[in-house]
Ligand binder design. Sequence first.
Ligand SMILES: [Fe+2]
Length: 322
Amino acid sequence: MTDPQPKMIMVGVELFTENFPLPADVYTRLPSGQYLLVGKKGEKSNFQSLHMTAQKKAELYVRGADYDVVIQFNLALAKTAVSKTEIPTNLKLNLITGLADSAINDLVDRKIMAGSYERVKQLSGFIKDTVAQVSDVDKLLDLLSKLPKDSASHGMATAAISLLICEQMEIQSKPTLEKVALGALLHDIGLKEIPDTILKKPRADRTVEETTHYESHTMRGVEMLQELREIPSDVLAIILEHHENAIGMGYPRRIRDVKMNPLARIVAVANYFMELLHDPTGEMQAKTPDEAIYYMETTLGQPFNKQVFAALKEVVFAHRRV
Ligand SMILES: [Fe+2]
């Protein structure tokens, strides 16, 4: 029995490819609430052959401090996997499920959603199935694997939050939900081409040229995805407009709510909320969900679509009232 750091994050078994060394210590949680070490860093993974996720109780956890390492390892592996044609696509898609599970479990950990095992699996399964349906799925996985640090996880979390907002807004059309999930997952794909020196610089410190370069990730993302077959135009609109807002103060076109794509309005809110929780540039402290809502509503004066923002608030607060 061990007593690791108090903050533990639940991760999907798919993150640990069979027979690959574990990038961090892995634990399971006992009914008593204690964590038991089930795999040591460097040992070969055998969770899948042990059927560790066959039962609800066998959830895997890593220390909060190791979470990033695990995600980075997974991304590196995905990068290798997607370049190998002999690896079947469905195996590569397991990596997507792993990333989705982890991002969604992080939302559960932050108490943004109620976290039954089935609920997490339902959401991550929907995202994986959506990716699997893309005509050029191998090319898409290749693009995803080349995203900069944290962006893939951010995309997954934004997709999950966007789907929860849709649920709150009673949007039930499957094709619509698929477009929202795909657009949210890929919204920052254009960041792949923005140098780290700009990405890590606080916004206020960027030169005009650096700001313009950074903001071009919206258009560049659209260009990159146009190379894939049959990406719906709504998905491209989400990518182009994910930094616009209702009052016309966003970018790249500074369009107002009424001119925005309806699905982009949803992802724009989800994206902003998730950015506040993770603070990618380190300029402000990462916020708790409640602080993020307060910041969007009071400090910023709620510049987003009213209906979508109200739905986000319901998502964040609703299950705590039960
Ligand atoms: Fe972005």
